[in-house]
Ligand binder design. Sequence first.
Ligand SMILES: [Zn+2]
Length: 294
Amino acid sequence: METLINISLVAALILINRYITPSKYGLYVRTAMMIFSIGIVHLFQPSLSGAIEIVAVLVFLALEKFKPRREYGHIGNNDNVMNITYLLLKHLVVISFLPIILVYFGSVSWGLSANNIPIFIQGLLLLIIIDFKQYWIHRGEHGFDFWWSFHKTHHSSTKMNIFAADRTNLVEWFLLQEVTTVIIFYMLGASTEAYLYYYIPGSLVARYVSHANIDLKWTKVPLWAYIVGSPPVHALHHTISDDRVNFGEVFMFWDLIFGTFQSPIGKVGEYGTDGISQTSILKQQFYPYRRKRA
Ligand SMILES: [Zn+2]
C-alpha cells in the first residue's frame, strides 16, 4: 500500500514537473523537486540516510550555484525531468525493497555479525569490499561492448552535476550494482545496521561529491583526492576519450594500485557520448537491445 502511494505521488510529481513547471526557474525547481522526491520516498520509513541526503543536496546545489566548474546556464526541463525521474525510481526501489532484503540477509549465523565485530568496522569493511567489486564492474562496463551499451546511459549526460549521478540503465544498476552488493553483504554476514555505515558515506562520495559541478581551483591534486573520489578526478572519467581513466567510485586508491589513475589538472574536454538518446528514458533503457544495422 505504501509503495502504491509512493508510486502515485512520484508519477504525479513527474507530470507536474513535465507540464507545469516554468523552465526559467530550473535550478529552484530542481532543488525543490529533489528535496521533495527524497522526502516522499522516506515518508513512510523516515531514515537517517534520507535526512543526510536532503542536507547534502542543499549543500551541493549551493556550491554548484556559487562555485561552478563549468557554466551551463539554463539546464533544460527535459534534462531535469529525466534525472529526477531516475532518482525517484531508484529511491523507490531501494526504500521499498532493500530494508526487507537486508533484514532477511542480515540474520545469518556466520560472519561479521555472528562474531560481534563492531558495527563501524563492519560498515568500513563493507565500504572497502563493495567498492573494490564496483571498481572492477566499472572497468568491465568500459571494457566489454555489451556492458558498455548499458553503462553508456550514465555517460550520456553532457552536463556534469549532482543530478547526473543517478542517470543509469536500471538493469545495470539493479543487477551489477545492487544485487552484487547484497550478495557481498550476505557472504560477509554483516548486520543490517552496518549497511547504513556503508551506504551513507559511499552514496555521498560516489553520487554527490564525484558528480558535483564545483570548481576546487586545484593547481595540483591534493593527497585526499588520491584516496577518495572528488569532482575533478571523476569529471575526467566522464570526458569523452577512447582511453578512460579514474574508475574508482568511492576510493581512488584502486586506480593508483591498478594503474588507471590520471590527474585532471589542465585537462578539459566535452562530456557525453554518441549514439544514445540524451532525452528519452525509454530509449536509454532499451538501447542495449536495439537491432544493429548490418
Ligand atoms: Zn564509467
